[in-house]
Design a protein around this ligand. Sequence first.
Ligand code: CU
Length: 278
Amino acid sequence: MLARMFILCIAIALSFAQSITAFAAGSAAGPPTVTYTARDFEFDGPEKIAAGWQTVAMLNRGKDLHQIQFLRLPEGKTAADFQEEMTADPTRLPRWAQRRSGPNSVVPGERALAIVNLEPGEYVLVCGIPDRHGVPHVVRGMLKPLHVEAAPPRPAEAPPADQTITLADFSFELARPMTAGARTIHVVNKGGQAHEVVLVKLAPGASVENFLDAFRPGVAFSPAGKPIGGLVGLDPGREGFFRADFSPGRYGLICFLPDLTARAPHFVRGMLLNFDVR
Ligand SMILES: [Cu+2]
């Protein structure tokens, strides 16, 4: 009897360990995972990673919404140059910053997963979400320099995807109806400007318009819905992936990036979408 209980306990412990490993690895096949922790207001995680496709996990251990944006610095620009320009004008990124996407916002205690393709070079990781005074977190310390090394001899390939979201000026298009489950979503920017995907699980009866009306900078939880990831700013012509778990219900997609000419957020120009998951 005792021996059987002992074996049972070992079996439970092992399956628990396996489920933790599966969670940490990102739960599906794909490129190797690097993990960053976001806090109010800093990032912890590797300062060096290899070029090519990478799964990026972001754990939100802060009290506010957070995201990670991978920005590549062109030749001749440094993280100090970036910080200087951001401090002088916190309302927008320096024009020369190259948007390479990353995991988008999740509420405290949750995790976002993106799969990004990085060229070798110097980067900064930033959070562009505003605090309650409208100051983006990057200006408050959420800025981490990153060195991306040459790709290994056999770099990881892009993962297989269940769905494609096409970004345009100014719309989201889903390739097919969304179904419930753990999904890998391919994002392609066919627009002339950078765009992002903020994925929101809407409260029963709420629309993405209600979510935008209820949203207050510096307040992580909204009665109208909950951000559950997506993909941060991606330059025109580029692609990336994100992962999310969908249950039946209504979801929204939003692009908050400012228009290059009007400076209004893209959702004002129509870049928002309500969709149902069955
Ligand atoms: Cu946009």
